[in-house]
Design a protein around this ligand. Sequence first.
Ligand SMILES: Nc1nc2c(ncn2[C@@H]2O[C@H](COP(=O)(O)OP(=O)(O)O)[C@@H](O)[C@H]2O)c(=O)[nH]1
Ligand SMILES: [Mg+2]
Length: 207
Amino acid sequence: MSPVLRMAAKGRCFKNVSFETSAFSPTQIPESDIPEIAFAGRSNVGKSSVLNRLFGTRKMVKVSSRPGFTKSLNFFTVDGRFRCVDLPGYGYAKVPPRERERWLRLTDAYLRGGRDIRAVVCLLDMRRHPDQLDAGLFSYLRELGVAAVAVINKADKVAQPRRKRAVEAITALLPPLRHPVFTISARTGEGFEELSYFLCSLVGSAG
Ligand SMILES: Nc1nc2c(ncn2[C@@H]2O[C@H](COP(=O)(O)OP(=O)(O)O)[C@@H](O)[C@H]2O)c(=O)[nH]1
Ligand SMILES: [Mg+2]
């Protein structure tokens, strides 16, 4: 078994994470040479918290009480073997249209850049039904031929007996997906073992 697969089997591939760079414009996006997993979702869905939890860090990714804070693509390298890419959050009403357009152009340049993107983790909130913007993300990824992984965060906010129904209701509103839907809480850490195991397997299958 290769070292990468061995780590994937343990779900422990998110080791030695370091911040690499931020891209505020398409020309600042670093060259693609290793596999990548990107993370997307509505502002405030907990994207930064999820990344920190995956990385086993508290402050690698800024957690903001101000939604719409992330204005760049942020690149993190994991063990020099693959990257995690933090995409700008969407859906924050107070962002001026020009700024929103800039983020879309940036995200589009990234996703269409011919890179080895193994998946885009699409974060959802267990308390909300996916809306048009969420649906738009899934259909956009499908159009580009990039695999989407639906991950439902903030499970701790829903009482245990209601979770199954909540997950079913959300899943029913998503298009058919190649990968399983994950349920997590960045607050309690629940579901992260399964999620990191799965994500590690996506990058561990590198040739
Ligand atoms: N209860 C709960 N709160 C969360 C969870 N994940 C994130 N949050 C909170 O949601 C807010 C937004 O989180 P952040 O990670 O900055 O979201 P981002 O805008 O998507 O990057 C912060 O107050 C977090 O503490 C979760 O799983 N459960
Ligand atoms: Mg954030």
